[in-house]
Design a protein around this ligand. Structure first.
Ligand SMILES: [Zn+2]
Length: 463
């Protein structure tokens, strides 16, 4: 089976390479902002033409091709220094803008699911994700410890590139693109590759497993197995609280006008001034968060491989993306839970597909913890502090997380009965949401089969 797979490496650039990386990310941001301003000017011109002339004639460069054309015509004037960076960096910025414009118009026309997408916004320095991408040129793995990036050089990788290098040497992989990005101060390079894979089928193809990603445990399986959290998380919480107290003090010191004499925030006044010391503390907080989010990654990787190679069907909760965005102030543990959930789901999506298994996502608001896994009776309320589920109908007493995992596992038979799973297993392609034959109304909260998203997996096809 040939799949699209990402190989991601953490980089250890030299100071000079670090400067060039930042310059390229800045170039992508510049091009994106330039394009956005251009599009806005065109829209304004069209509005004026419609009002005065009765018909709009100005073309708006909405696609990547059109944006690139305009950029190439204008770059000598707006960015005479453009040759300092690879032209791929500017292209990447324009591509991101074109994606944003496309998502906006699709969302407005009802062609796009999920939350409404707003009009693309200006990317501010230090406030937006720094990244750029190569799609053409001589980039790749140059040795077991280095990657080659045009105009930046041979950059040392933090971990060996052996896995990908071997595949490339054997002709089993081809690199399509390289995305370079900075996350909490560290640069990473992610190679998007076409890879030839042959993974054995799951050991128990007829069996389904439910996975409850918890806050206390990393995960509880419907089989009764518990996967522990990495231990360093507790320390991260203490460090984070200390840093947040410090950030609060620094914010108060920098914005004396926003707090009254008793130290309470005055409504309507935003403490917008950020001192250099406050910014440094904020960077440290971001690093603690990033580390805490990354910690469970290795454990999740092991877990997802184990699940995908054992069970024919894996059922997970559906992550509420809207809730995820608002999770900000609900604390570190919650943030880690949501990140773990998203990461596990992302990994399972491709690992299950590689082995011909199915990944099923429970519908949004599926009451996995409030329903009794013994008799199906549902409770109206179950507080988070109740660790044990006690059913009033059948007197079942069971661990809360295990109960949830069993309810998830039971969902598999609902999907199997509708025929989606068999289709999936045969074609080795994850069933897309809304696939014909699911036989459940998704709006009413029916089961849904996960769609692959994220960078690691795009699509698979029978070789
Ligand atoms: Zn019951």
């Amino acid at each position: 089976m040939r799949v699209t797979q990402a190989y991601r490496f953490c980089l250890d650039p030299t100071p000079a390479q670090r400067r060039r990386l930042a310059s390229h990310a800045g170039a992508a941001r510049f091009a994106s902002n330039w394009g956005l301003a251009y599009v806005k000017a065109c829209l304004k011109a069209r509005a004026w033409e419609r009002r005065i002339l009765g018909a709009a004639v100005t073309e708006v460069p909405w696609s990547l091709a059109a944006l690139r054309r305009e950029w190439n015509a204008d770059k000598d004037r707006v960015a005479p220094w453009w040759a300092e960076n690879s032209k791929e960096a500017y292209s990447a910025g324009l591509a991101a803008l074109a994606d944003g414009l496309g998502a906006f118009s699709d969302s407005r026309a009802g062609r796009r699911k999920g939350r409404r997408v707003g009009f693309p916004r200006r990317k501010r320095r230090g406030r937006s994700r720094e990244s750029f991408r190569y799609t053409t040129g001589s980039f790749g793995v140059s040795s077991r410890t280095r990657v080659q990036l045009p105009r930046i050089g041979h950059v040392r990788t933090h971990e060996p590139t052996v896995k990908l290098a071997r595949k490339l040497e054997a002709g089993q992989a081809r690199i399509l693109s390289a995305t370079v990005s900075r996350e909490a101060g560290r640069w990473h390079c992610s190679f998007c590759c076409r890879v030839e894979r042959s993974d054995p089928a799951p050991r128990r193809p007829a069996q389904a497993v439910g996975v409850d990603v918890g806050v206390r445990h990393l995960a509880v399986l419907s089989s009764g197995e518990r996967v522990a959290n990495p231990r360093a998380l507790g320390r991260a919480g203490r460090r984070l609280r200390r840093l947040q107290r410090r950030a609060d003090r620094q914010r108060r010191a920098a914005n004396p006008g926003c707090f009254d004499e008793r130290g309470r925030a005055i409504p309507g006044r935003r403490p917008a001034t950020r001192s250099a010391r406050l910014r440094a503390t904020e960077r440290r907080i971001a690093r603690v968060y990033a580390r805490a989010r990354n910690l469970p990654r290795a454990a999740l990787c092991k877990l997802s491989t184990e699940l995908a190679s054992t069970y024919g069907t894996v059922v997970v909760e559906r992550l509420n993306a809207a809730g995820l965005c608002r999770a900000g102030n609900r604390g570190l543990r919650r943030a880690i839970h949501d990140a773990s959930m998203a990461e596990l789901r992302r990994q399972l999506a491709y690992k299950c597909a590689w082995r011909g298994g199915a990944l099923v996502e429970a519908p949004t608001l599926f009451p996995s913890s409030k329903t009794c896994s013994g008799c199906g009776a549902a409770k109206a309320k179950l507080s988070l502090s109740e660790r044990t589920y006690r059913c009033e109908a059948c007197e079942l007493v069971i661990d809360r997380d295990l109960n949830a995992a069993r309810n998830l596992a039971a969902l598999a038979s609902v999907v199997a009965a509708s025929g989606a799973e068999t289709e999936n297993a045969r074609s080795q392609t994850p069933v897309r949401p809304g696939a014909a034959g699911l036989g459940v109304d998704r709006e009413a909260g029916g089961a849904r089969v996960a769609r692959e998203t994220g960078t690691a997996f795009e699509r698979s096809e029978a070789a």
